[in-house]
Design a protein. Structure first.
Length: 593
């Protein structure tokens, strides 16, 4: 049935194209499906058409009876719409115009890539706006304009075969003006009520300048519609603050009687840059800021025009740069997750509005330092174990004098639970060494290392990884990447309660103290846009990408001398790339564009 339908559609398409006008190539075909152009608005052409996808519309439509009018040397806006047949699909629109009237579109300067439309029904508000400059060498008279819409790529002027899209042909009448219009208009806003306008002359000394609210459209053709100016500059005054404007310019070929077309719109906005903000919390120089979710606050700027949003920058190193952008916020606060104990961070907030980003703010950061690791839990339940996230780790644990069955210093299991202080550490492939140094004659440490469900552990039983009595050091050899290890430190010198003492716990990895051989090490490109290439003279076992707040973004096991990391999905900013090779570690600062 599908083949019959396809043949029928091909027959209907061929019938519809039979009258397509020569001498230009055509009709164009899109054999996968017709996804229509629904609006062409250009130089007096304003043609809305059916948005139905499929055979209801021909793949190539003849609208040559619809005529647009252009002047050589002038610039015209063009607005296009179309049906993409799906919210996730993108189609590209290109316009061909045969300016030298040689019956093809293959000459230089005869094609214009207007851009992309994504996820449009063709009847919604999504539209593509561009501009087309008519060359000064364009021949006078009628010529052909061809608009082509194609899924995922720009179409050639004689597109045939597979594809999704549509083509439409129109007629343009080119007129050679008595003089050329001005071009390249620029506005420099000098205050909230003034702006300096400039443009490139089309050859005439006298011009007319029209300043109006943005979106007003092309001015009327009457003489003295705007301000009469001699030269290529004009200082506008009495403008309204915080307002979007546009201006047009046209040449007076013969003063008062003959004009070029209006050139424009050239847009500008009298909104002024906001000033810098005052950072409030955390206070500059603050210490012991908790690791985890922290609310940052700041004031609105006291100078300049109001800010519409704020760029938040943070890093563990100075100076802050645009690569350290963390996010953009529309309020004067942000909830940021901090990680990394005893770490100093630098941060600032830069206000912005339609005029751009405030100047001079990024170089005035505030700093704070996060708190140290929390104390071990004062209980003997491994469910409340302290997670060791950064190596090396060191902590002193004191027993409460006279307490019964207190954390980690009581022998036996009088309450039926596991005695000892519990910690967890996640393996990263390197050896992990646990050292418990006793303080006081009553403390005789014993180390147990477990995996699995710690609720099933026996406080005096055999650990499934390691169990060392009368020794203060135990090494987990070649810890398995991603495995959580439960560490228990207890005093098992006797079988009576109320034994007091303390110990210094040190947990380290071979990665924490080794140096990295960079003799034949290479990382490129840096800055990186998509893929980061890494190579070394020895085997690289693991690559980690960490943001400047200490959050792990990418982890990749390699076990080769070279590899790649795809960073295309990461936000623009600075990252730390941590490489492990032969139980050694190297951290490199990489900028993601």
């Amino acid at each position: 049935m599908k083949k019959i339908t396809l043949l029928f559609l091909m027959f209907m398409s061929a019938f519809a194209f039979a009258q397509f006008p020569a001498p230009y190539c055509g009709p164009l075909t899109f054999t996968n499906n017709v996804e229509p152009i629904t609006l062409v608005n250009f130089a007096g052409i304003n043609n809305s058409t059916d948005a139905t996808v499929g055979s209801a519309n021909p793949a190539h439509e003849d609208f040559t009876a619809i005529i647009g009018n252009v002047l050589a040397g002038s610039t015209y806006p063009i607005t296009l719409k179309g049906n993409t047949d799906g919210a996730s699909y993108t189609t590209k629109l290109r316009v061909y115009i045969d300016w030298n009237q040689n019956n093809d579109f293959t000459d230089a300067g005869e094609s214009y890539d207007i851009g992309n439309i994504t996820g449009s029904t063709g009847t919604d508000a999504i539209q593509l706006v561009g501009s087309i400059i008519v060359p000064t060498t364009a021949l006078a008279g009628n010529t052909r304009m061809r608009v082509i819409k194609k899924y995922n790529s720009y179409a050639t002027s004689c597109q045939t075969g597979s594809g999704w899209g549509q083509a439409e042909d129109y007629t343009l009448t080119v007129t050679i003006p008595a003089c050329l219009g001005a071009s390249s208009g620029i506005a420099t806003v000098t205050s909230s009520t003034t702006a300096d306008l400039s443009w490139t002359s089309g050859g005439a000394t006298d011009v007319e300048v029209m300043i109006q609210l943005a979106g007003t459209g092309t001015p009327s053709a009457a003489n003295n519609t705007g301000v009469n100016v001699s030269g290529t500059t004009y200082s506008a005054t009495s403008l309204t603050p915080q307002t979007a404007y546009e201006f047009y310019v046209r040449s007076e070929c013969v003063i008062g009687t003959t004009f070029s077309t209006w050139s424009g719109p050239f847009s500008f906005n009298t909104t002024q840059l906001p000033g810098c903000t005052t950072l409030i919390d955390p206070a500059d120089g603050a210490i012991d800021i908790p690791v985890g979710d922290t609310t940052f606050t700041w004031n609105t700027p006291s100078t300049g025009d109001p800010a519409t949003s704020y760029d938040f920058y943070a890093s563990i190193a100075l100076p802050l740069t645009t690569a350290d952008l963390i996010g953009n916020y529309t309020t004067t606060s942000a909830l940021i997750t901090l990680s990394g104990y005893n770490t100093t961070f630098y941060w600032t907030v830069v206000p912005k509005n339609v005029a751009g980003e405030a100047t001079g703010c990024i170089g005035s950061p505030s700093s704070f330092t996060t708190a140290g690791p929390p104390p071990p839990p004062l209980n003997d339940d491994c469910a409340s174990a302290t997670a060791i996230t950064t190596l090396p780790y060191s902590f002193t644990q004191d027993d409460a004098i006279g307490a019964t069955n207190n954390a980690g210093f009581i022998t036996g299991c009088p309450d039926g639970m596991n005695d000892g202080v519990w910690y967890t550490v996640v393996g990263d492939g390197a050896d992990i060494t646990i050292t418990s140094t006793p303080t006081g004659s009553l403390f005789d440490p014993q180390i147990g290392v477990y995996t699995g469900s710690c609720d099933a552990f026996n406080c005096e039983g055999t650990a499934d990884v390691g169990f060392e009595g009368d020794l203060e050091t135990y090494t987990i050899s070649s810890s398995i990447i991603g495995t959580t290890y439960y560490i228990n430190i207890g005093n098992y010198s006797g079988f009576t309660d109320n034994e007091e003492g303390s110990f210094v716990l040190d947990v380290s990895s071979t990665l924490a103290s080794a140096t990295f051989n960079t003799t034949k090490f290479s990382i490129s490109p840096n800055p990186v846009k998509d893929v980061l290439n890494i190579s070394n003279s020895t085997t690289i076992s693991k690559i980690e990408v960490i943001n400047l707040l200490g959050q792990e973004m990418i982890v990749k096991s390699l076990n080769e001398n070279q590899g790649q990391i795809d960073m295309s999905q990461l936000s623009t900013g600075t990252y730390l790339v941590k490489l492990t090779s032969d139980n050694q570690v190297k951290t490199i600062k990489v900028i993601k564009e």
